[in-house]
Design a protein around this ligand. Structure first.
Ligand code: PFF
Length: 450
């Protein structure tokens, strides 16, 4: 590209990029959301559909998004504008960049509140406040936390402060350093929890639930849920992978890196399932508890098991690591945008973006506190943000990114960037047809249009 700004710096190696991007992908989506969706949607068959979605839709879009980022080397908005101009396409494509920046910002505002819960639980576990609790007590602890805005405020603020501090340190000293430490640690902790789960009486029941497909449980709805989850979990359509791609050295193969990141992300989701369901079944708890699954059922289970408080603490530390390495990716596009367009230093941009995000998070916090009293069109503030981002903005961003990568960017360029050899054809089919159509279905479904 002609006037390539390149003032953001670059990852120090291919591995640094893979680890940071895996950190972005592996998050609350894997450990909090995937298990409860799986629990609600019939187990094994859902896993298979999910994996098919990762391969058929997620992977091609991830490659397209990374490629667009590396080609543009700027914030998502400026990248889309520059690449559209280069390809003589209308400036309207910039919308994909805006969707990414705004969605990431909005998602982080509630992500931080939920990450705060995991910190609160970690604190309770380590302090021994959750030893030998009964089912009602476990439920009450969760209800009490949701109803205590002051306590949630402390954890939400602490989480945002830590996120800001990492971002202020910059790419190599901040993001790379933290992810390099936390992501391998996260794998090890999860592995330890899986081994622990294997010693529980409900292990085989859990494994059967996870891996034995019962296709009668699959409905059109659950297919769409699996698709949406694949999208959220890989962290696509939010500009994060695009901006991480912008920092990627030219000689790294995007195709191979994307495959590794997708495998790591799916592996963590499955490993979380292997850690959680045996514990749930060992305690005769229902797998379909919904969003409270890890916060209500696990503490109860851990509190009655040998060494339970140690493993419980490890579990919530793991959730915290997963959340913070995703949080930095969610807001990075906004920070890059502020530094490029307003000439802010990285420090100032981080403070402004994260400060605003913290403030918006107060709305989510409030929506848990007032027990859903304030609603707009039947949704609380938290549900509204979740709906607008996950169900509308991300699919829309995903369609635009897939189509831009598949149709607008010249074939010669995508071949050179992706380095897929004979598989390039499949990537093209994915980005030109499968992904846009499949993601459009998610969008229409979310909007209640079919
Ligand atoms: N992939 C993250 C998760 O599964 O929790 C969420 C996420 C992180 C989405 C970063 C988008 C993103 F840019």
């Amino acid at each position: 590209m002609s006037e390539s700004p390149q003032h953001h710096g670059q990852w120090s190696s291919r591995i640094a990029f893979i680890i940071a991007a895996s950190g972005s992908a592996i998050g609350l989506g894997n450990i909090w959301k995937f298990p409860y969706l799986l629990g609600e949607n019939g187990g094994g068959a859902f896993v298979l559909v999910y994996i098919a979605c990762v391969i058929g839709i997620g992977l091609p879009i991830m490659m397209a998004e990374t490629m667009i980022g590396r080609r543009g080397q700027r914030s998502p908005v400026n990248t889309m504008a520059a690449l559209a101009k280069e390809a003589n396409a209308p400036a309207f494509w910039q919308i994909a960049g805006w969707l990414g920046i705004v969605a990431g910002f909005l998602i982080l505002s509630y992500y931080s509140v939920i990450a705060g819960w995991s910190m609160a639980y970690l604190f309770k576990m380590v302090g021994g406040f959750m030893d030998k609790v009964g089912p009602e007590e476990a439920q009450q602890i969760f209800l009490d936390l949701k109803a205590a805005p002051d306590v949630q405020l402390v954890w939400h603020s602490l989480f945002m402060a830590l996120t800001t501090a990492i971002l202020m340190k910059g790419l190599t000293e901040g993001i790379e350093r933290v992810t390099r430490l936390m992501i391998p640690a996260l794998f090890l902790m999860l592995l330890a929890l899986d081994v622990y789960a294997a010693t529980t009486p409900g292990f085989w029941e859990g494994m059967t639930f996870l891996f034995k497909p019962d296709f009668s449980k699959i409905t059109p709805d659950s297919v769409l849920i699996a698709m949406g989850q694949a999208f959220f979990s890989l962290g696509l359509g939010m500009g994060s992978i695009m901006i991480y791609g912008a920092y990627l050295p030219k000689d790294v193969s995007i195709g191979r890196s994307s495959v590794i990141i997708s495998i790591a992300d799916s592996a963590v989701a499955l490993m979380a399932g292997i850690a959680i369901f045996p514990v749930v079944f060992s305690n005769h708890l229902p797998p379909s508890m919904g969003p409270g699954l890890i916060f209500e059922s696990l503490p109860l289970a851990f509190s009655h098991m040998p060494l339970g408080s140690v493993f419980g603490s490890v579990f919530f530390l793991l959730v915290f690591f997963a959340a913070i390495t995703s949080a930095i990716a969610l807001i990075e596009p906004a920070i890059a945008h502020l530094t490029e367009n307003f000439a802010f230093t990285r420090q100032k941009a981080s403070l402004i973006a994260c400060g605003a995000c913290w403030f918006l998070g107060l709305g989510t916090l409030w929506s848990f506190y007032d027990g859903g009293e304030w609603q707009w069109h039947g949704k609380t503030f938290f549900e509204l943000i979740d709906f607008v981002t996950a169900d509308v903005m991300l699919p829309l961003g995903g369609i635009l990114i897939a189509a831009f990568g598949g149709w607008v960017i010249k074939e010669k360029v995508s071949k050179e960037e992706l380095d897929l050899g004979e598989y390039h054809r499949y990537w093209q089919i994915g980005t030109r047809f499968i992904a846009p159509v499949a993601v459009a279905l998610i969008l229409l479904k979310a909007l209640g249009l079919f």
